[in-house]
Design a protein around this ligand. Structure first.
Ligand code: ADP
Length: 400
């Protein structure tokens, strides 16, 4: 069975085509700069790894048209008809309280995803466009929505409610939703498999540290708390997002500094985090500057790691007992320095790093980096959100 995974953003489409019998990737790519003067498309297959196009790509329809043409190309293509694709799995950012599982898309589901745009104005409209275009191009395929928020719908009320008047939750749906759920679930399953335990008997802290970053407490395989909230803004320090700040800073910026809400939104989402602290948002550049003795970069690095440490402590308290602390995504998988800065001094909490194993880094899809005396395992796990979307889509088709 072939499943196409689509992640449609406001000006981009990421995609992967899987052959599910052996979980191999038949083709993958990225359409970027949709709607700009010159769009860009990168497409690769095992036999043709460097196909690129530059041309105006006015909308998502044209973007996906080009992808379908490449998939069908007589010379470099991997399928002979769009009907070979049994299902399309779509990443949808916000599923609200309505969706806690992968869902076959019908008219009603489309309406709810559209209505949830009120909660995710940057993401859901783009996800919806991707779905509508895919429905036209693959009319015979089952379209399935996989929600970034779904894994966190198991959080208890004491974790997902804010201490603000009840009606804001009851009437306006203001609560913690959490994001990156597909990745947190994928690495949780991989960790449980590695530990040889059923997921439903496994307690984990999963740190997804990419451009966006979040950390989740997983009790018996279920998310019970997570650092992102109503939006992806709070929690850990990210590339350009502030993470946790006192909301009164916003009142100050508006009332005393005269900034508009739109300006503050941009400030906290796009100009803060590592970028705001030191002018760089890529941790590789920051680590280079730390080595050169740069003070701003060093502070940014320390703050980034310290925020994660605080959450590891908090979630250890929330869980009581932890089988493994998991590092994943760009930073989590590739930065020994961050993992060391997070874990150093956490021995009493049950996390002791083996510095050599940590420095050596990933040796496979799951790598243990804890010292012999560590109570909890410390794991580096390669995340694979696209595969998780494909697997969940397949499970829906199989009625699981
Ligand atoms: P996204 O959230 O966009 O999927 P990724 O999970 O790919 O992002 O993470 C991207 C981030 O990973 C980059 O901004 C970079 O800071 C970080 N990163 C990647 N490789 C390394 C490395 N070797 N050392 C430190 N940071 C790294």
């Amino acid at each position: 069975m072939k499943i196409l995974v689509i992640n449609a953003g406001s000006s981009s489409i990421k995609y992967q085509l899987f052959e599910m019998s052996d979980r191999s990737v038949l083709a993958a790519g990225l359409v970027e700069r949709i709607g700009e003067a010159l769009g860009h498309l990168k497409h690769k297959t095992p036999k043709h790894p460097d196909i690129e196009q530059e041309a105006p790509i006015p909308d998502h329809q044209e973007g996906l048209n080009r992808v379908v043409q490449l998939l069908l190309d007589p010379e470099t293509g991997v399928i002979t008809s769009p009907d070979e694709i049994t299902a399309v799995g779509h990443r949808v950012v916000h599923g609200g309280e309505k969706f806690s599982a992968p869902t076959v898309i019908n008219t009603e589901v489309l309406e709810v995803i559209d209505a949830l745009s009120a909660l995710a104005p940057l993401h859901n409209p783009a996800n919806l466009t991707g779905i509508q275009v895919a429905m036209k191009l693959f009319p015979h395929a089952t379209q399935v929505a996989i929600f970034d928020t779904a894994f966190h719908q198991t959080m208890p009320a004491h974790a997902y409610r804010y201490a603000i008047p009840n009606e804001l939750y009851e009437q306006n749906h203001v609560r913690v939703y959490g994001f990156h759920g597909t990745s947190h679930l994928y690495v949780s399953k991989a960790a449980a498999a590695h530990l040889g335990k059923p997921l439903t008997a496994t307690n984990l802290i999963t740190a997804h540290l990419g451009n966006g970053a979040s950390i989740t407490a997983v009790s018996q395989g279920r998310s019970v708390d997570t650092s992102m909230g109503f939006s992806p803004l709070p929690g850990l320090i990210m590339g350009t997002r502030s993470g946790d700040v006192d909301p009164a800073v916003i009142f100050h910026l508006a009332n005393v500094q005269g900034m508009s809400i739109a300006e503050i939104d941009k400030l906290l989402n796009k100009q803060s985090g590592l970028l705001g602290l030191c002018g760089d948002n890529d941790l590789r550049d920051i680590e280079r500057r730390v080595d050169e003795g740069d003070a701003a970069a060093t502070l940014a690095f320390e703050m980034y790691a310290y925020r994660i440490r605080k959450y590891v402590g908090a979630y250890t308290a929330a869980l009581g007992q932890v089988d493994a602390l998991v590092f994943t995504a760009g930073v989590g998988e590739n930065s020994p320095a961050i993992r060391e800065a997070v874990c150093t001094g956490l021995d009493a909490l049950g996390y002791a790093l083996d510095l050599e194993k940590n420095a050596a880094g990933k040796t496979g899809s799951v790598t243990e980096i804890q010292a012999a005396e560590s109570r909890a395992k410390i794991l580096v796990i390669s995340t694979n959100e696209e595969l998780e979307i494909a697997l969940q889509t397949e499970a829906v088709l199989n009625g699981d």
